[in-house]
Design a protein around this ligand. Sequence first.
Ligand code: UD1
Length: 435
Amino acid sequence: MLPADADDELRECRIRVHRAGPLSGEVVVPGAKNSVLKLMAATVLADGVYELTNVPNIADVGIMADLLRAIGLEVTLHPQNLVTIVNRGDLTPVAPYELVAQMRASINLLGPLLTRCGEVRISMPGGDDFGSRPIDMHVAGLEAMGAEFELTADYVAARVAGGGRLHGAEIMFDFPSVGATENVLTAAVLADGVTTIDNAAREPELIDLCELMVSMGATIDGIGTSRLQITGVDRGALHATNHETVPDRIQAATYIAACAVSGGEIDLLNAKVDHMQMVLSRFRDMGLGLGQLPNGIRVTSEGRLRATDIATLPYPGIATDYKPLIITMLSVADGVAIVTENIYPGRFKYVEELQRLGADIRTNGHHAVIRGVERLTGAHVVSHDIRAGAAMVVAGLAAEGETTITGVHHIDRGYDDLVGRLQSVGAGISRAGAG
Ligand code: UD1
């Protein structure tokens, strides 16, 4: 009989990938993880019944649903990518450790719960392991609005000093942090007076959150710019609403990368060119054909990719979340490229896995130098985080022989049926084992 851990190992879910011929067909791009989790958190702000559509079928949505239930909301995940949330106003502003530990975006409950309930306690967030992820900017922004914090190694607790409401403030971020902008923004919607956020993040998912809150009755000026001005309203002025989640630009880029290394032509329905201008421009430099469809993007890949230098930057720059995909594409491109990480310096963990497949990559600080090889070779690799896992799948498509990927639960956190969608366009991919 096998020892218990070997048995677990055999049962562990794995994805198997083979190099296949050119891809062809259509992929519908699901809603964005990095939007829907924030939309769900914002339903704490006002009572009523919400309907969120185009919600991706991913594990993190289930975790956020459980978090909202623990706080006192009723959440139902329906088929057809619909989620309904009922907020009856009876809220317990505590986010429990077992859930928060699984997902970084739990921190997005900080602003909505503090401004709605006057106090909040959230365990220190977990989620992807790509280095230190402090929340000092979230804290400084909310303190400027009248919050008092208690920070321990285990949790972050905050209350409105003196009771009552947070107040408006002028906030300037050193860096356009997505999460800090979201927490200050959501808190400011119910604060007393006007809040300005300078050097605000302006990712499409953040615009989606602003649009949800405007449809709830919030007053936000400068949406999509780096200066947001929020005029707080009374709680009674906000109401529940219906909202369609913005399509996921990172999932869209994953299918572009898959087509890039496999060859062929696929149509990405719902993908938004406007949200991906910079990365699409680099993909064109690498030799991909990218045409705009009435409702999506047509990707054409012929011949070998060309090496192109790339640096990650806050939006509208190239998102750090694209980087594992880009490095994988460059691993089989013609020539040498330098990729520079400006958002999360430690985010190169997956490089070791790519090296196991024969990629020629050297990292130094926040740079990676990639010398493209003709072909990768299949091996067993591990997915360490969501985007790295997707990159392993793409690498498997570029490799001779079989690539086996474990750590699949990371991929499931952010990808809605990656395997099924790739199978539907002809990729040699399957899933086996529990999970
Ligand atoms: C979000 C995304 C993540 C993406 C990242 C950058 C979600 C759930 N996650 O993460 O997928 O990779 O944006 O596009 O939407 N920082 C501080 N202090 C703070 C806050 C941030 O130093 O208080 C630093 C971080 O350590 C990091 C950089 O700022 O180096 C960017 O972080 P931020 O934009 O806040 O990313 P997240 O919102 O955590």
